[in-house]
Design a binder for this molecule. Structure first.
Ligand SMILES: *Cc1c(COP(=O)(O)O)cnc(C)c1O
Length: 401
C-alpha cells in the first residue's frame, strides 16, 4: 500500500482506522509511518549527527522496531529501556545510557549487555561507571542557564560548567574514555536561543578541557525540539541553523554532533480518541461547562500538569452549531485530575456524554506515563499502524506483552 508521509495525512490515516475498527476508548493510535517521517526529517535537518531516540517518549515495541530498522540510536535511561531496545534488535553499540541518575547495579547490567556510552554529571557516578563499566565512553552533562522550556528540568540535572572539565579529566584518570559533553535545554523548548546559550557554555568547557589534554570529540545537544500543540513551534530547520551557527561560533574544532529527540520523533504520530463521560455546569456564576473525559492526568495525560502541554482537542461526532468555553477534566476521583481550567478551550454547545473527542499530537509522553490501575483504570491502550494497517494492538500493561 502506498503511504504518503506528510503530517497532514496522519490524522486522516488514524481516523480511517478508528472508523473501521471502533476500538474502545480511551486509546492512542500511533501512525508508525509518521514516526519514520519525523526521524528522516531530523536526520535531514542535522546531516551527519548521531540521532539517539529518547525511548521514554514512547517505548511502544512497534515504534522501537521501526526505528531499529531505520538505523536510529537510542537514549536509554534504565535497565528496562536497555532490555526493550535489545529485545527489539538494537545493537548494544546503538545505545547511550543518558540518565545521570543510575545505580551501580544498573551500570553493571548495561555493561554486561554491551552498552559502552554513558552520560554522567557527578563525580560519584563517574567513579561508578569506571568501576562497573571499565573503559566505557563518558560524556559530562552540563547544567545550562538556558531560558526555561515549557517543561523545564530546573536544577535537577547537570554539572556546573566550571566543574565539567575536572570531571572529564577525572574520567580519563579513571581509565574511561572522556568522549564529550551533553546537555538538555528542557523539553518542548520553543526558544532556539536556549541551544545557543548552552553551546556557548560547552565551548568554554571544551577549551578548558583541551588545555588539560582532554579534547571534546562529541557534543550531545539533547532533545527538547518542540512540536505544535495549540500553538506553533519552530521548525527543525530553524533549530538546525541556530545550532550549526552556534557550533561554528563557539568551537574552533566542531565536535561530532549527537541529538536525543523524543517528542519530535513521536508526538505528531499519535492521536488519542476519548469519550465524554459527563457535561455539567458547576457554578451559576461561571458560564463554563465542565467536560469530563474517560482519560485524564493518570491514564495518559500527565503532561497536562500545570497545563504545560495543551493538546488540540477536536470533536468527532457532534452535530449542531455554536461553541462555548469549557473546563476539561479526567475521570478519576482525584482533585488534581483536571486537564485545563486556565487554558481557554471551547467545545460545541451540543456536546453530550457519549460523544467522542480527538486529542491531536499525543504520541509522546502519554501511554508511557499512564498508571497501572489508579481507580481501576487500565493503562492507555496503544494501536500502531504501518501503511495504514494495524501492526500491533498494544495491550495496556507491560505484563500483557
Ligand atoms: C527526555 C530526554 C530526552 C528527550 O527529550 P525531548 O524533549 O522529548 O526531545 C533526551 N535526553 C534526555 C537525557 C532526556 O531525559
Amino acid at each position: 500500500m502506498a503511504v504518503t508521509n506528510t503530517l497532514t495525512d496522519t490524522p486522516h490515516r488514524i481516523r480511517r482506522f478508528l472508523a473501521d475498527h471502533d476500538p474502545p476508548t480511551p486509546c492512542l493510535v500511533i501512525d508508525v509511518d509518521t514516526v519514520l517521517d519525523r526521524y528522516r526529517a531530523l536526520t535531514g535537518a542535522f546531516p551527519g549527527a548521531r540521532v539517539l531516540y529518547a525511548v521514554k517518549a514512547n517505548p511502544e515495541p512497534a515504534v522501537v522496531d521501526a526505528l531499529v530498522a531505520a538505523g536510529t540510536g537510542f537514549d536509554v535511561a534504565s535497565p528496562g529501556e536497555i532490555d526493550l531496545c535489545l529485545d527489539r534488535g538494537a545493537a548494544p553499540a546503538a545505545l547511550s545510557y543518558g540518565n545521570p541518575i543510575k545505580k551501580p547495579s544498573a551500570i553493571a547490567l548495561a555493561a554486561a549487555r554491551g552498552v559502552r556510552e554513558f552520560v554522567c554529571d557527578a563525580e560519584s557516578d563517574v567513579a561508578n561507571v569506571a568501576e562497573h563499566a571499565p573503559g566505557a565512553a563518558v560524556s559530562v552533562r552540563l547544567l545550562t542557564d538556558s531560558p526555561d522550556s515549557v517543561t523545564p528540568f530546573g536544577q535537577k540535572f547537570g554539572c556546573p560548567p566550571e566543574r565539567a572539565a575536572d570531571l572529564l579529566v577525572r574520567a580519563a584518570d579513571l581509565g574511561l574514555d572522556p568522549l564529550g559533553l551533553a546537555f538538555h535545554v528542557g523539553s518542548q523548548q520553543l526558544d532556539a536561543s536556549a541551544w545557543e546559550v548552552a553551546i556557548a557554555a560547552a565551548g568554554r568547557v571544551a577549551a578548558a578541557a583541551a588545555e588539560r589534554g582532554v579534547p571534546v570529540r562529541r557534543l550531545n545537544v539533547g532533545g527538547g525540539f518542540a512540536v505544535p500543540y495549540t500553538g506553533p513551534a519552530p521548525d527543525l530547520a530553524e533549530y538546525a541553523a541556530r545550532i550549526d551557527a552556534a557550533l561554528r561560533a563557539h568551537f574552533t574544532d566542531p565536535p561530532e554532533l549527537a541529538l536525543e529527540p523524543g517528542r519530535a520523533v513521536v508526538a505528531e504520530a499519535g492521536l488519542i480518541r476519548a469519550e465524554v463521560v459527563l457535561v455539567t455546569q458547576r457554578s451559576p456564576a461561571d458560564p463554563r461547562r465542565w467536560v469530563y473525559l474517560d482519560i485524564g492526568r493518570y491514564n495518559g495525560l500527565a503532561e497536562t500538569e500545570n497545563e504545560a502541554i495543551t493538546y488540540p482537542v477536536e470533536p468527532v461526532d457532534v452535530d449542531g452549531d455554536g461553541d462555548g468555553p469549557v473546563v476539561l477534566a479526567g475521570p478519576t476521583c482525584d482533585g488534581d485530575d483536571v486537564l485545563y481550567q486556565r487554558t481557554p478551550y471551547r467545545l460545541p454547545l451540543a456536546l453530550r456524554a457519549g460523544h467522542r473527542l480527538d486529542l491531536r499530537n499525543t504520541g509522546a509522553y502519554t501511554a508511557s506515563y499512564s498508571s497501572v490501575a489508579f481507580n481501576g483504570i487500565e493503562p492507555l491502550r496503544t494501536y500502531c499502524l504501518l501503511g495504514g494497517r494495524l501492526i500491533s494492538a498494544g495491550a495496556g500493561t507491560p505484563a500483557d506483552r
